[in-house]
Design a protein around this ligand. Structure first.
Ligand SMILES: Cc1cc2nc3c(=O)[nH]c(=O)nc-3n(C[C@H](O)[C@H](O)[C@H](O)COP(=O)(O)O)c2cc1C
Length: 336
């Protein structure tokens, strides 16, 4: 979540909050804002869409500082304001010359999306009213898609998502707007609900008769936060982080450097036990402590080089997966 007001006013905020690689083709990227003013959201969106596929409004952040500023989850009590923000933003992007016709502009190179991410209320009727207001007219809805995090503002993330609320909302609104779910997407094989969306494209698990999970037919997509931090290969079907994900991450770091502390943070997540049932970790606790003690990138690459299995394919070497007894990280060093 980038704060729209600060983003509009400060080039420091823009530089530190939004950096995108220009080295290679980008996958679709949505920039999410925290905002409580139609003008601020529209302006900030106008600034980022030349570099992103769309913008999203955060109506789910439960942190007290955000709610005190009427940002994030506080907006779940301000449905007309949310509606006005997405209307003004869509109109601003249209005036800027972007294609904001939703499905009609899906393949348009100038196509941009405007979406909203929400939590649910204790009284689901309030969530229904919220969504109805924000969607607007059926023939010309105000948002491209809706992401639902089926927890209330005060539900801790240790409490499982409310799959029943999700099911009700998806069956009520799933034909009107594409719905994504956020929450407890830990592995594709252990989702807290079943959905035809997942088979056979994603999940390797086939639905069986003894599957007790709620079936949610009208889901359009999944969002993962905690689990994908620990296992960026989640959507490739991996139940735990493979070394290949660390290799890919380090190659990207070499090409598009990140602050060193951030690199360490991501590696500490990726090398620890993840969120899914498979609790194997790439590094033991002691090894992770040793990794965190690395003071610079060269030491870190040497450390990883020693820990990674040999013969995984060497960047800058044979690269055919056969290896040459020289770890991929050594290849990385040669790249620099
Ligand atoms: C480190 C971290 C940062 C997050 N930042 C955002 C954010 O900027 N915007 C947002 O809508 N949700 C954010 N979330 C919430 C997640 O999008 C998600 O709704 C929540 O963590 C539940 O999903 P999970 O079970 O996949 O973690 C964040 C969560 C974590 C753990």
């Amino acid at each position: 979540m980038i704060l729209a007001k600060e983003f509009n006013r400060s080039h420091f905020a823009r530089d530190s909050d939004f950096t995108l690689s220009t080295n290679s083709a980008q996958p679709p990227t949505i920039v999410q804002f925290g905002a409580n003013s139609p003008l601020e959201l529209a302006r900030a969106s106008s600034l980022v869409v030349p570099y992103s596929s769309g913008v999203d409004l955060n109506c789910g952040c439960p942190q007290s500082w955000a709610c005190a500023e009427t940002l994030g989850a506080a907006l779940m009590e301000k449905r007309e304001l949310v509606r006005d923000m997405v209307i003004e933003t869509r109109e601003r992007l249209r005036q800027d010359g972007w294609a904001v016709g939703k499905e009609k502009d899906m393949d348009n190179p100038r196509g941009k999306s405007v979406s909203v991410k929400i939590r649910v209320h204790n009284d689901l009727r309030k969530t229904m009213d919220f969504i109805t207001t924000v969607l607007g007219p059926e023939h010309n809805r105000h948002i491209d898609f809706l992401t639902i995090h089926p927890r209330t503002r005060s539900t801790p993330s240790s409490t499982p998502i409310n799959a029943e609320s999700l099911s009700i909302l998806a069956s009520t609104f799933g034909d009107k707007v594409p719905i994504l779910v956020s929450g407890d997407v830990f592995t594709l094989n252990t989702l807290p609900f079943s959905s035809p969306l997942l088979t056979p494209t994603f999940s390797t698990k086939t639905t069986t008769d003894d599957d007790k999970r709620l079936s949610i037919p009208k889901l359009a997509g999944l969002m993962s936060a905690r689990a994908i931090l620990a296992n960026p290969a989640l959507y490739a079907g991996f139940d735990a982080c493979p070394w290949e994900a660390v290799e890919t991450f380090m190659s990207n770091v070499a090409r598009c450097p990140l602050p060193f502390k951030l690199v360490l943070h991501h590696l500490s997540e990726m090398c620890a036990p993840g969120m899914g049932p498979v609790k194997t970790a790439l590094l033991s606790k002691q090894e992770r402590s040793a990794m965190m003690a690395c003071g610079n990138m060269v030491d870190l690459i040497d450390f990883l080089d020693e820990k990674m299995p040999r013969g995984m394919g060497v960047l800058g070497s044979d690269g055919d997966g056969g290896g040459d007894g020289d770890g991929r990280m050594a290849g990385l060093r040669r790249d620099r």
